[in-house]
Design a binder for this molecule. Structure first.
Ligand code: WTA
Length: 696
């Protein structure tokens, strides 16, 4: 075991620091050794049909006869790209996520604990109750005219009803399109129009930290924008989530009583809700009248299950489409092995269900395994920076999954917020969403995990449906900052710009691609198959291209270096901005860094960095030269940034991804920013322009 403190202080080369799986975990793990992983892996890639059909047999199928277990074409030169797993077989994922467990006697098991934004608000739902609610909701949808194949938009906070709606859609074969309830009316309407959604499900509003959001108003505006563009949303179902006293209902035909002062339970803004008779229905009213029994719609394995929009680095959002059978197998299997699931676990994924991580690891993966999960409505810093660990103790969470951005934010607030909570129950800590810098990895391991937990850095995408590169916690020794090895069924390669295979273990950076399909891969971009082919299959015929850069070290470990479009070519050296950032973050003054390319007369491109300082540090000339030096030292003189600017905050999407596209504009002083509707906080941009160094 590496000496953690030494690593943090001396930045020992991370490739050489290896963390063995904790012994307790290894003893109980589904996969207990590297050799066992290798055997299973080999079978999964050499005989995928056999491997996945053994797994498929553990599910309920109405009919398990397939035309062909797997059929695909990954090569644009041979015709259209397609992937089909188990076509002809019929099942229902909702049935597998709930009914199957009830038949196995798990009716009283908790499916979800719900933890509200305010620590005193909480709830829970058993598998038995979940089935009733899902069936009622499914019947409501049917009564409103929603049929198999129709699209339903869901724009909801992290409440139990969100999971109920998603499962109800799956039960009747309607395709859900969940839009994170933080997007603007414009973004919501774009997605609703693109998918031609028939109905939207939302709630009146939600508290997020100390902010109250009027979701109904955002939805009303979105529906209006849809109308203006010729698409009618027929029905809106509204969950009453806030206290009814907070709301003033104004009917579209009658004026509501606007003088009534509601009693103040806790800080609130009085809320006005416009009610559109004929279109709007209250959830509690329709649910009360609905039958708790609903026969599932038996779906072909290749019928669509859901679409989820992903921004991509340019252009309009793509509706990534997943299908029933493959996604069911893949979400369930990755959950089981990567979080080494056991029935006594309490699993907590902090991601919002509005993102793929929430789809797969809040809902489908855990439920299909019969797990107990947590749905958390709040934010990491409310009421204070210890909230996560307070919840971990409250529910005795055993497996915890979050994003590097959250980890770095919490690091900034100091260890006391963590150490004052016990965290004794924790066994596995996961991260996802962006490359994790070794310092954050080590803090997660050392402070949060008390050096007792396995840390799993899971690399995947909306498009992949589930983890594709990841350690298995009982089998694979980990290295801080590496997503380690391929999951079952994944055949990674690293290609050069012109498509040549970079020799394994050579440590040379290139494009990360996958050579054959796994069950969870997306099937198309909704309504635009050509865009699917162009985005993922055109550049390297025969491969699915992730768009991420990676290198493989001498032990075969894969290190993601960031999006390829975040690469900088400095004097002929291809550099990933993530590497530069990782170096900067090692400086004690820096909490977050982002780097982009900036045109340079001689070098072609040079590196321009944005750094956010920890509290108590000043942005001085001395610091500036220290920062340049640390990059020189870590990567090489060619990598030294030409510009480093102070960035009190970075422009981020609502899911916490840094928007480098905007930083590139700031770097060159170009105020034509294009679409910034996905930015969480637009005011950040002005501040950054003001702080630009004059020479840039
Ligand atoms: C990045 C999130 C490094 C990557 C599940 C990918 C990561 C994009 C990691 C997908 C990781 C995700 N290490 N980078 N462990 N996980 N990424 O679609 O650039 O929201 O292509 O899916 O996030 O983001 P998406």
């Amino acid at each position: 075991m590496a000496d953690v403190q030494n690593l943090v202080n001396n930045s020992v080369d991370m490739e050489k620091s290896v963390f063995e799986p904790p012994q307790d975990l290894r003893n109980e793990a589904h996969v207990k050794s590297l050799e066992q992983y290798q055997q299973l892996y080999k079978k999964s890639v050499d005989h995928p049909e056999e491997f996945w059909s053994d797994i498929a047999k553990q599910f309920y199928w109405k009919n398990f006869t397939t035309d062909k277990f797997l059929e695909y074409n990954f090569d644009v030169r041979n015709g259209p790209i397609f992937v089909r797993w188990m076509k002809g077989a019929t099942t229902n994922i909702c049935y597998n996520a709930i009914d199957r467990h009830i038949e196995n006697g798990l009716s009283d098991k908790i499916a979800f604990f719900w933890e509200g934004n305010n620590p005193e608000d909480h709830d829970r739902i058993t598998y038995g109750k979940l089935l009733e609610e899902v069936c009622k909701c499914a019947n409501v949808l049917k009564s409103l005219g929603v049929k198999k194949g129709d699209r339903v938009a869901i724009y909801m906070p992290m409440i139990l009803e969100l999971s109920i709606c998603l499962l109800a859609c799956a039960r009747i074969g309607a395709i859900h399109s969940i839009v994170f309830a933080g997007f603007s009316s414009e973004s919501l309407s774009d997605r609703v129009i693109d998918a031609q959604c028939k109905a939207i499900i939302t709630s009146d509003g939600v508290w997020r930290g100390t902010k109250l959001l009027n979701l109904k108003e955002i939805v009303d505006n979105a529906v209006k924008l849809c109308d203006d563009r010729g698409h009618t949303v027929e029905k809106c179902i509204i969950v009453r989530h806030l206290s009814p006293e907070n709301e003033i209902i104004v009917h579209d035909d009658v004026n509501g009583d606007q003088d009534q002062e509601p009693p103040a339970k806790r800080p609130y803004n009085k809320f006005k809700i416009n009610w559109h008779s004929g279109r709007d229905v209250w959830w509690h009213e329709v649910m009360a009248k609905s039958s708790p029994v609903c026969e599932p719609e038996w779906m072909d394995a290749e019928d669509p299950l859901f679409m989820l929009y992903t921004s991509g680095s340019t252009g309009k959002p793509k509706g990534v489409l997943h299908t029933v059978g493959g996604y069911m197998l893949y979400s369930t299997t990755t959950f089981k092995y990567v979080f080494d699931y056991h029935p006594s676990d309490v699993f907590w994924c902090t991601a919002d269900v509005g993102w793929i991580t929430g789809h797969t690891y809040v809902c489908y993966g855990p439920l299909c395994n019969g797990a107990t999960g947590i749905i958390f409505e709040g934010v990491p810093l409310y009421p204070d920076a210890g909230r996560f660990w307070e919840i971990v103790d409250k529910y005795k969470v055993t497996k915890f999954y979050t994003a590097p951005t959250a980890i770095r934010t919490l690091m900034k607030f100091g260890d006391e917020h963590v150490t004052k909570h016990s965290r004794k129950s924790l066994k596995i800590l996961g991260t996802v969403g962006e490359p994790i810098n070794p310092e954050a990895w080590l803090w997660y391991h050392r402070v949060v995990g008390n050096e007792k937990c396995a840390v799993v850095d899971t690399f995947w995408q909306t498009e992949t449906g589930g983890h594709v590169l990841t350690p298995l916690p009982g089998a694979i020794p980990t290295k801080p900052g590496s997503a380690c090895v391929p999951f079952f069924g994944i055949v990674p390669e690293i290609l050069s710009e012109n498509g040549e295979t970079i020799p394994k273990n050579s440590n040379k950076e290139g494009y990360l691609v996958f050579k054959q399909p796994w069950p969870g891969i997306m099937r198309t971009v909704y309504g635009n198959h050509e865009r699917f082919e162009t985005t993922y299959f055109k550049k390297f015929p025969g491969y699915y291209c992730t768009g991420d850069g990676a290198r493989q070290d001498k032990d075969g470990y894969i290190w993601i270096t960031g999006r390829i479009d975040d690469m900088v070519n400095v004097s002929g050296h291809l550099l990933s901005t993530a590497e530069v950032e990782s170096a900067l973050i090692e400086h004690e003054a820096v909490t977050e860094a982002a780097s982009v390319s900036h045109p340079h007369e001689i070098k072609g491109d040079c590196i321009y960095c944005f750094v956010t300082l920890k509290e108590g540090f000043q942005f001085t000339d001395e610091l500036l030269s220290e920062l340049k030096n640390i990059v020189r030292k870590k990567i090489g003189p060619f990598a030294q940034p030409d510009f480093i600017q102070n960035a009190p905050a970075l422009p981020k999407t609502r899911s916490g991804k840094i928007m480098r596209r905007i930083l590139r504009k700031v770097a060159v002083g170009d105020a034509e920013l294009g679409d910034i509707s996905t930015l969480a906080d637009e005011s950040v941009v002005d501040i950054l322009f003001k702080l630009r160094p004059k020479e840039a």
